[in-house]
Unconditional design. Sequence first.
Length: 159
Amino acid sequence: MTDFAEIWIVLTLLNPGEGSRVLEPGMDASIRLRVGRACEKVKLEGAVGAELVMGQETGARQLATQPSASEGKQFYIGWLKDRYGYNIAKINEAYGLEMTSFSDLSESDFRQVDRTRKAVVEDDRLFLLDLESMLKQKVDEMFQACAAGLKTAWKRNRT
């Protein structure tokens, strides 16, 4: 019997320059297409698992500067609302802002935010973890819909 490690297929799902970036328009369709292709390859190869590689990081800094109506920006603002208990004053304090409402916050491009502030650095780290977790869950569900029982393992692309 073939060693388990030899029949895992390494798939990079989120490469820079390939398809939409995380939470940008078209991301779901792009990921669905790539997972579908990968799943067909897994089935064709008779693999029992797929090693999935996360591409370049997309974090709060990138999403914060998107247009206010974008899915990514709304996800980020929603995350901040949850993180700070829907208290705009706490966000202002943590980020050094002077917003009067969440609508103002959505319209902000966050360019004036000092990304080295302790609270901002920590929020960026936590936001990225939440975003990565959500994305992994979504991709794992897509793989299971295509090939029930397929084992998946994640690693980070360090390039």
